[in-house]
Write a protein that binds this ligand. Structure first.
Ligand code: NAD
Length: 353
């Protein structure tokens, strides 16, 4: 298995170093993979004049999975749009045809106080939002702003083909098989025909997964239920726009951005794995960033691209254990726990592994 490692900018290299050490530890246990590092984002602009240089493209295309830190920072904010670090991120997602975004929102009981919701509502939360990433109203044609009867009219098109709904549905049902076997499909079928088709196709896809329970929810209710009783969900699957909003809402339920991994997958299961947070320029270089979201992203890679459920669970269990032992980086520190640097947190995870 070939892993393309893209540390990126800001805290990216610091948090990636710890995830790589975790993977190295698994390698010495007998897992076989090669890791090669390349540039993406601002560091790539500095070194190669492009946020997604050709050498990185070649490595990313040849890899079975990509592990990414984060990109961006004030140093590159004034560059022309095509040279901005974020262009590198959009470029690699598009280049690799990553259509399925998986964002778990997990709240470890020890961190329940970090949430803005009452601990009893969120403690032990473990949901997975599966968002379609390449279709919907964000990409539909026609789109634009035109002049009509002397005033401007803005318009976009919500569009999904049967095939697009089927493939994201399959990702959700397959993911549910690795969890609690429940899928809630979110739509707005009472108003939007496009999402009536979404619901019909989800029901058809579910016929191939008799061991997984499918339910449906309208998006307005789903937004309410996420803050009222979020633990009722296992896997939530939805389109690009609803998923954009609901996945951010779900991640904020946990209150700890430094803990949340994500995956973006193509049709063959190749994936890009990255923490949900950015490059945190305010703490870059200080050695205090939380590496756990990146380590948990590596665990997702083991699960979804390499089908190594046992290894994924070992890494996740090690993270749970260090939290239970009171290990904390600054972002999740509370009095009575031990404040650690990035490296010390990596050491703690390795110690448990
Ligand atoms: P951010 O997620 O980088 O930081 C928000 C806050 O959370 C900061 O206070 C930061 O210190 C803290 N934080 C984030 N990750 C942390 C970690 N692992 N440990 C401890 N604290 C952490 O978001 P931002 O400040 O809006 O953006 C900073 C830069 O990152 C921008 O250039 C932005 O474009 C970029 N960005 C990149 C990605 C990505 O690479 N996928 C995502 C979002 C933002």
């Amino acid at each position: 298995m070939k892993i393309c490692v893209l540390p990126g900018d800001g805290i990216g290299p610091e948090i990636m170093a710890e995830a790589v050490r975790v993977l190295e530890a698994l390698r010495s246990d007998g897992l076989k993979f090669e890791m090669e590092t390349a540039l993406l984002g601002g560091s790539a602009v500095d070194a190669a004049g492009s946020p997604y240089p050709e050498s990185t493209q070649a490595l990313a295309r040849a890899a079975d999975a990509i592990l990414l830190g984060a990109v961006g920072g004030p140093k590159w904010d004034a560059l022309p749009r095509e040279l901005r670090p974020e262009r590198g991120l959009l470029g690699i997602r598009k280049d690799l045809g990553l259509f399925a975004n998986l964002r778990p929102a997990i709240l470890y009981p020890e961190l329940a106080n970090a949430s803005s919701l009452k601990p009893e509502i969120v403690a032990g939360l473990d949901i997975l939002i599966v968002r379609e990433l390449t279709g919907d109203i964000y990409f539909g044609q026609p789109r634009g702003v035109r002049e009509e009867n002397g005033q401007r009219v803005g318009f976009n098109t919500m569009v999904y083909s049967e095939a697009e709904i089927q493939r994201i549905g399959k990702v959700a049902f397959e993911a549910a098989r690795k969890r609690d076997r429940r899928v809630c499909s979110v739509d707005k079928m009472n108003v939007l025909e496009c999402t009536q088709l979404w619901r019909d196709v989800m029901i058809e896809v579910s016929q191939d997964y008799p061991d997984v329970t499918l339910s449906h929810m309208l998006v307005d209710n789903a937004a309410m239920q996420l803050v009222r009783a979020p633990k009722q969900f296992d896997v939530m699957v939805t389109g690009n726009m609803f998923g954009d909003i609901l996945s951010d809402e779900a991640s904020m339920l946990t209150g700890s951005i430094g803990m949340l991994p994500s995956a973006s997958l193509d049709e063959a299961g190749k994936g890009l794995y990255e923490p949900s947070h950015g490059s945190a320029p305010d703490i870059a270089g200080l050695g205090v960033a939380n590496p756990l979201a990146t380590i948990l992203s590596a665990a997702m890679m083991l699960r979804y691209s390499f089908n190594l459920e046992g290894a994924a669970q070992r890494v996740e269990a090690a993270v749970k254990k260090v939290l239970a032992d009171g290990c904390r980086t600054g972002d999740i520190y509370e009095p009575g726990t031990r404040r650690m640097t990035t490296r010390q947190m990596g050491d703690a995870v390795l110690g448990v592994l």
